[in-house]
Ligand binder design. Structure first.
Ligand code: 5RP
Length: 224
């Protein structure tokens, strides 16, 4: 098993009968969804919601039914990946452009579990550019505002076209650099009109499952 597969399969241990499960997005969650589908076939009874169309399609292709968020009254657990995570359990997410739905699901969820391979572990955030979802309406002005704030925004493209998220919005990646001041960036982003959500997930998870060559390590966040 590769490290992503290892943690994806380990994460199903957190899922219990009767739970409403939030499916994250990405290449690590890909394995979790496969592992969950296996358990469901074996008789595990859960409901699920998703953070992306990609994960809905994967779950459905494996025979599972995914509900809309409006159809559930709670989310018991959310299993998702990260692009970077620091020692204070602050993470950057949105590499897969799903950050807005990921943040909603994480916010509703009672229990958030991040799964990742050890390459995502960092002393400080910032080697990975910070994704931000913005409205297409007046997007060039929103980007200019972020430039004026020194946030170094770069509009994200896919296949030579501006990337459009599941919500019909655009993504800009902020080239902030390693060790950027998290609070200062958060404050600056709060002043930008036209911004839908950003990919800073601060002290969000209760547990991490980190994949290492010696096997998965479960880490509990004492401040959650
Ligand atoms: C998608 C995300 C993903 O969770 C993040 O990009 C990690 O993905 P992967 O497991 O493929 O490395 O935030 O928006």
């Amino acid at each position: 098993m590769n490290l992503k597969e290892q943690v994806g399969y380990k994460a199903v241990d957190f899922v219990k009968d009767g739970m409403v499960v939030g499916l994250g997005t990405g290449s690590t969650v890909f394995y979790f969804i496969h592992a969950l589908a296996k358990k469901v076939k074996e008789g595990l009874n859960v409901e699920m919601v998703s953070t992306s169309i990609q994960s809905i399609e994967l779950a459905e292709s494996l025979g599972m039914k995914v509900k809309n968020l409006e159809e559930v009254d709670r989310i018991d657990i959310c299993i998702d990946g990260v692009d970077e995570i620091d020692k204070d359990f602050n993470a950057i997410k949105g590499g897969g452009a799903a950050l807005f739905r990921e943040k909603i699901v994480a916010d509703i969820a009672e229990h958030v579990v991040w799964i990742y391979d050890e390459s995502k572990d960092v002393e400080k955030l910032g080697a990975f550019n910070l994704p931000v979802e913005i409205l297409p309406f007046a997007y060039n002005h929103t980007i200019r505002k972020m430039e004026e704030l020194g946030l170094k925004p770069v509009l994200r493209y896919k296949d030579d076209k501006v990337l459009v998220t599941d919500n019909g919005n655009f993504i800009v990646d902020l080239h902030l650099g390693y060790g950027f001041d998290i609070k200062s960036v958060e404050n600056k982003l709060a002043s930008v009109v036209g911004l839908v959500e950003h990919g800073l997930f601060l002290n969000t998870c209760k547990h991490c499952i980190k994949g290492t060559p010696d096997g998965p390590i479960i880490i509990e966040n004492p401040n959650k």
